[in-house]
Each structure stands twice: as C-alpha cells, then as structure tokens.
Design a protein around this ligand. Structure first.
Ligand code: SF4
Length: 386
C-alpha cells in the first residue's frame, strides 16, 4: 500500500521540497505509523548516502569556563555541572586525541573549544593543530567549532586546511532568546555566513528538547535548509544537573526518531548527524534512526560519555551499514581490534561500558539518571573511548 509519506518521498525524489505543513505531519505521525514514515524517508537517505555512515570524532580542546550563558550547556557561565575544566590542549595532546578517534574509525575530527569566540592567538593554535593533523593523517577532514567568528578568522582557518566550521543555530529564532541572552540568533547566523563565504563547509544544527513547540522545530529545520548547512547535527538535550535544564525530560525515543525523519524529508541530501543525547534519548531506536540519519559521533561527547566505541561500531555492522570511506574488510578488522582491546579492558576492569580504570567502585552507567560526566579522553590521563 502506498502511503502519503511514500508519495511525499516520491515528490522529493523528483526534485520537490517538503513544505512546513508536510514537515509538521511527519513530526506528528502516530507511533503506530512510525515505521512507514521512516521507510519512506529512508529512500531519500539511500538515494544520497546508500548504506554509508559518516563517523566523526570530537576533541574538546578547551573545556568549561565559558562566559556565555547558553542554558542547556554544562560549560556555561553559572553551570554547576561538575564537568572537566581545562584550558587549551597542546598540539601534541590534540594529535593524540584525534589519532585515537581516527584509529577508531572516524574520518572527520571536530575540534571544539568553549568560549564566545576565538582570539587571534586561539586561531594560531588551531592553524598549527590542523597542519599537524593533516600531515599525520592523510585525508583527514577537520571541522573547527570555536564560537562566534570575527572578520578574517574563517579565511585563516580555510587557508590552514580546515574543511568545515560548526556553529549550531540550536533552536528556532523565535525560541533563541529563551535559551541564551549573551549573544543573539543573528550573531550565530552571521558566523555561519562568514564560514561559508570563506569556503568552509557550513555545519549547523539544533538541540531538541528545549521547550520548543513542534512549529519551532520545523522553523529551525527550515532555517538550516535556508542557510544551506552541509551537515546538520541533531542534538537531544542532555539535562545536566547543575544547569537550568536539569531534570528536563521532554523527549521520547519515538519523538527523537520523528525529528530525525522530518530532518531527512526537509533536507534530503544533507548530512543528518545524530549528535549528543543519542544513547540517552533514542535508546533502542538508535539503529532504526540510522535508516534516516547518515552520521554519528564515535564514542564520547564534549563533557559527557557516550556508549562504548565498540558498541557504536557493532551497531553499524549489525544493521548493514558501512563506514564512509572504509571497505568491508577494513571495517571487520577494525571491529576485531576493538573487541580485542575491550577484552583486555574487561580482564582488568569492571566490565561495564565505562571503559578503563573504573575498578570496583563503578556501578555501571544508568543513562536514565542523566548524563555521565566524561572522565576519560581529552583533558585526562585515561584512554579515550574510541
Ligand atoms: S554552547 Fe558554547 S558558547 Fe554556549 S555556553 Fe556552551 S561553550 Fe559557551
């Protein structure tokens, strides 16, 4: 039986664009019809991306201590979340962390720093790190995420070999001032424009679960379509204790899946990345979500821990996906390496998904309790989850 969603997919495959009304209908699909709408959107995903998944790896260059007041952020001014706080990683530390992600299967390294925006000296550091990364890892894609850009900074990053610049709009313009007051929506759009004008691939996305309405989610996605973002990270609010959103749970797994499905209909040929909050909010629907999304972060997030990197890779393999840029044999080899490493860890650790070094004190991670603060990888002496 052909559904209205199949017909919508047919029209989009023929070159039409989804309307706001159609996007709202997707978002409000009854759960009983969810698989049908996912299958229809999946046709768009397959047309543009086949069964590939782009694997990205975050390196938090500078954590916490931010003067901005983004309410959702564990690194913001006033946040009491006990996240790691450190100033800039050195070039060698950055290379080590990025190398772990690339060996783990990532092809893009996302170098992120907290703060309103970079100084010229900060840009110097990122320029140097990028040159070293490109020299050490042939073909690596580098994305920088350093906050609001000033004139000329995007050009400097581009000249150094940075491929993409991330700056999320986060939410609809009509909701922006409810979540942050120290900068404006227009400030954010301006930075995306500067990145694009300098020839950097614009990466911009949103955070769902911030009290926005259905209409505002549609508004945000249409804004991203208008901005022509090449990659769209869809984050699901991680309600850190010690932030204004602590104990805010607006999302369900099916709601998250509908948001991603709507994103695919609205932006059929763009990279839709399932970003922070994937494990916590999609839960057992993570793999189903990859039928519409085509990109994930491997391992951990900026200030919180994701599921074990091996679980990420096995999820892709079990569901018939391949890592973009890697053939089947190399993917199998990668999984075997991860299994061997995990076996070594289990022999000396607690056996939960939390990685090395937690010992007997670890009770395992219950993600329903809220985000698990990252205590490994960048800024620590503990091996990265990659
Ligand atoms: S989102 Fe970025 S700018 Fe906003 S508080 Fe967090 S680190 Fe600072």
């Amino acid at each position: 039986m052909t559904t209205a969603f199949d017909q919508l997919a047919d029209r989009i495959l023929s070159g039409a664009t989804a309307t706001a009304e159609e996007a709202l209908t997707v978002l409000r699909t009854p759960d009983a019809e969810l698989l049908g709408v996912v299958a229809a959107a999946g046709r768009l995903r397959r047309k543009h991306f086949g069964n590939t998944v782009k694997v990205n790896y975050l390196v938090n260059l500078k954590s916490g201590l931010c003067p901005e007041n983004c309410n959702y952020c564990s690194q913001a001014l006033g946040s009491q979340a006990p996240v790691l706080k450190y100033s800039w990683l050195s070039k060698d530390e950055t290379l080590e962390q990025a190398g772990a992600g690339l060996r783990g299967g990532a092809t893009r390294v996302c170098m992120v720093s907290s703060g309103r925006g970079p100084s010229e000296r900060d840009i110097d550091k990122v320029v140097e790190m990028t040159s070293a990364l490109k020299e050490a890892h042939d073909g690596v894609e580098v994305c920088a995420c350093l906050g609001l850009l000033k004139g000329g900074q995007a050009e400097r990053l581009k000249a150094a070999g940075v491929d993409a610049y991330n700056h999320n709009i986060n939410t609809a313009e009509s909701n922006h001032d409810n979540i942050v007051q120290t900068h404006t929506y227009d400030d954010r759009v301006d930075t995306i424009g500067k990145a694009k004008a300098a020839g950097l691939s614009p990466c911009s996305g949103l955070i769902a679960g911030l009290g926005e309405s259905d209409e505002q989610l549609v508004e945000a996605l249409f804004a991203l379509r208008d901005l022509d973002a090449d990659s769209i990270p869809v984050n699901f609010l991680m309600p850190f204790d010690g932030t204004p959103y602590e104990n805010t749970w607006e999302l369900s797994p099916t709601r998250c899946l509908k948001i991603l499905t709507m994103a695919r209909f609205v932006c059929p040929d763009k990279e839709i990345r399932i970003a922070a909050g994937r494990e916590m909010h999609l839960r057992s629907l993570q793999a189903t979500a990859l039928q519409v999304a085509n990109s994930i972060f491997l391992g951990d997030y900026l200030t919180s821990e994701g599921q074990d990197a091996l679980a990420d890779l096995e999820m892709l393999r079990d569901n018939g996906f391949v890592i973009l840029g890697m053939d089947d044999a190399a993917f199998d080899e990668l999984i075997e390496e991860h299994r061997a490493r995990a076996a070594g860890r289990v022999a000396g650790g607690c056996g939960s998904s939390c990685g090395d070094g937690c010992g007997d004190a670890c009770g395992g991670h219950d993600e329903q309790d809220g985000p698990v603060i990252r205590r490994r990888g960048a800024g620590t002496d503990v091996a990265a989850n990659a």
